[in-house]
Design a protein around this ligand. Structure first.
Ligand code: FES
Length: 371
């Protein structure tokens, strides 16, 4: 039983401001203060966010939902955002981003973790984490944003791409969004349909919501669609042409949705997020380039295929980063000279001193960056 309850830890967070100021000036050591605070409650820290696991439940054969109550350093989140979770496994500090599937009125949040082949952190969490344990998380990030004025919304998810869209959907319905919403979730097997009971309950509660599943492995049953993403599926859903669209899933799935979207003039907006790092366009030849990392005073031979983050790390540099997918902005730095291509959109950037995201920027010639 902690000496100070978590509710008090959350309440007292603003009162630690003087200690934070002293630690920032290096008059006190943050690690020592954290050690003392952790004795009073295992979630308590000066600046870092730790959260107590309040609940865990399986929401699909291969997906576990965790309810976390963070300490008072948590700044709050918007539906559709993600958090980074940190865990030490066999002496190695691992981290991975998970989407917020729900934000509760008591300040707790829900994330969902999918079992991944070879996924060291996710699989460890699935097998090990229990109610009462304490995990470190980061502050929220992510730019998906519900379109309040949309005449309708179409949510397209593949696999664990459901998770941020579920967070968005729950938030919008709770705020009274009344226009038609259709959620289409692509999975291989029936057992991978996640949050089925929750989605069916939402559907029963909100007449404007329709949920459908598409199966690419198991045979589709009544009411389900068959196969991977295809424009015919959308024709079958009917009346989705004028809607704003959100798509989330692996890069290949998101590219297919983008291809369909750009294939005809449409109203509304398309917002996408992918869980895999952007892939290099194999059709383009790889060229050698010179890379200058100005702050590190290093100039090296690089190539036009890999992201600047990968190439900096290959040279032993450790630029700040988070998601590695162009979402969290924590790898943003200044492009000092040269041109880079955004690996997600293909857009070229060459304006000196403009901010770029290292994890999704590949050099298109000799480049200098403020790293
Ligand atoms: S690491 Fe998150 S945007 Fe680059």
């Amino acid at each position: 039983m902690p000496l100070v309850p978590l509710s008090a830890v959350r309440y007292l967070a603003p009162w630690l401001r003087p200690l934070r100021a002293l630690a920032a000036r290096r008059w006190l050591r943050e690690a020592e203060i954290d050690g003392l605070l952790a004795l009073l409650n295992p979630t308590w820290r000066l600046n870092r966010v730790f959260a107590r696991v309040q609940g865990r439940r399986w929401v699909a054969d291969d997906m576990l939902a965790l309810t976390l109550q963070p300490n008072g350093n948590w700044r709050g989140a918007r539906p559709g955002q993600h958090v980074r979770l940190y865990l030490e496994v066999a002496g190695v500090r691992l981290s991975r981003s998970y989407s917020l599937t729900a934000l509760h009125a008591d300040g707790s949040l829900e994330i969902a973790i999918k079992r991944q082949p070879g996924g060291r952190l996710s699989n460890r969490l699935l097998d090990w984490v229990a109610v009462g344990q304490v995990l470190e998380i980061g502050q929220p990030f992510g730019e998906l944003c519900w379109v309040e004025q949309a005449p309708g919304v179409l949510l397209l998810a593949a696999g664990s791409g459901l998770t941020p869209l579920l967070g968005l959907l729950r938030g919008a319905l709770a705020q009274g969004f009344g226009a038609p919403v259709t959620l289409l979730h692509y999975v291989r097997r029936h057992g991978q349909r996640a949050f089925v009971h929750e989605l069916q309950a939402l559907q029963a509660q909100h007449a404007n919501l329709r949920v459908r599943w598409a199966l690419s492995g198991d045979p589709a049953q009544a009411g389900e669609l068959s196969g991977r993403f295809a424009a015919e599926h959308l024709h079958e859903l009917g009346d989705v042409e004028r809607r704003s669209v959100f798509a989330c899933g692996p890069a290949g799935f998101v590219e297919q949705v983008q291809g369909w979207w750009h294939g005809a003039p449409r109203d509304g907006q398309l917002q996408v997020e992918t869980f895999s790092p952007p892939a290099f366009n194999q059709a383009e030849p790889v060229r050698p380039v010179r890379l200058r990392f100005a702050r590190a005073q290093r100039e090296v031979q690089g190539d036009s295929r890999r992201s600047l983050l990968e190439q900096a790390e290959a040279e032993g540099l450790r630029p700040a980063h988070g998601c590695r997918q162009g979402i969290c902005a924590s790898c943003t730095c200044l492009l000092l000279s040269g041109a880079v291509r955004d690996l997600r959109s293909g857009a070229l950037f060459s304006e000196p001193n403009q901010p770029i995201r290292l994890c999704v920027s590949a050099p298109q010639g000799d480049v200098a960056v403020d790293v």
